[in-house]
Write a new protein. Structure first.
Length: 260
């Protein structure tokens, strides 16, 4: 694995940035296509994508900087070097969620209907992002003797030992989750199912998987109360998913078409 995709003159272009760009394009393309199927205007996915991706990047970077504050105090300009990696997924998830909330209010869209629409694309982008992590050498797993263990070159923190490819584990899971959520969303629309339950399903499936994968991580993790922070956030989001699933069960599906 090598973090540099190619050299543009004297400037390296990193795989992490390339894969993140592909992730954003994949999500926006998905949203634009889905918008047409749900009666929303052309370009709706691009507009939603601009704000949620911006908020997601800011949230993901802020969470990473706060979790590694001691490293950035002496090198504050590194805060801007996102091409080196350093994004916390749950920070981005929360930031993007706030953007969806504000977007729903601005466009006068039913919040839960928009949340269901938006969440269908998140695992697709996440799958691309985790491949970027693999090529960048971040978010790696603990040492393993399994035949599919991967090695990172040079002075990587894994010390050249074969480690769990936790990035691939997440990428494969997210691709499967993308298919499940999209199918559930489309079937729910046809059946007139309550809104909010696609988001709830995501919270019931991804956080438990992430909780388990965290036991296999080999990079430095921020610990609190016997678990790492990602595991604690996973438990909180799973609990929110259980509550949302039952609270939205008896709600009527509102009209989802944008008023603009």
């Amino acid at each position: 694995m090598h973090p540099i995709c190619w050299q543009f003159g004297s400037r390296p272009i990193y795989w992490f940035g390339v894969l993140m760009a592909l992730a954003f394009l994949a999500v926006i393309s998905h949203w634009n296509r889905l918008a047409l199927r749900t009666g929303r205007p052309s370009g709706f996915g691009s507009e939603l994508g601009f704000w949620t991706i911006l908020a997601g990047i800011l949230g993901a970077r802020l969470a990473y900087v706060l979790a590694n504050a001691s490293e950035f105090i002496s090198h504050p300009l590194e805060i801007l070097r996102m091409d080196h990696g350093g994004l916390v997924y749950y920070g981005g998830f929360i930031g993007g969620g706030l953007a969806v909330l504000l977007f729903a209010r601005a466009r006068r869209e039913p919040l839960w209907a928009l949340a269901d629409f938006a969440i269908t694309g998140i695992p697709l982008g996440h799958a691309f992002g985790r491949i970027g992590c693999l090529l960048n050498g971040c978010c790696f797993g603990a040492p393993t003797g399994l035949p599919w263990g991967v090695c990172f070159p040079g002075t990587h923190d894994s010390h050249g030992l074969p480690v769990h490819p936790t990035q691939i584990y997440e990428s494969v899971f997210n691709l499967a989750l993308y298919g499940v959520l999209l199918l559930f969303y489309l079937r729910g629309r046809r059946a007139g199912a309550p809104t909010g339950r696609v988001l709830a399903l995501y919270l019931l499936l991804y956080p438990p998987f992430r909780f388990l994968v965290e036991f296999l991580r080999g990079d430095e993790r921020l610990q609190a109360l016997g678990l790492n922070v990602a595991q604690e956030v996973s438990l909180a989001l799973f609990a929110a998913g259980v509550a949302l699933w039952f609270l939205r069960a008896r709600q009527r599906r509102p009209t989802e078409v944008s008023s603009q």
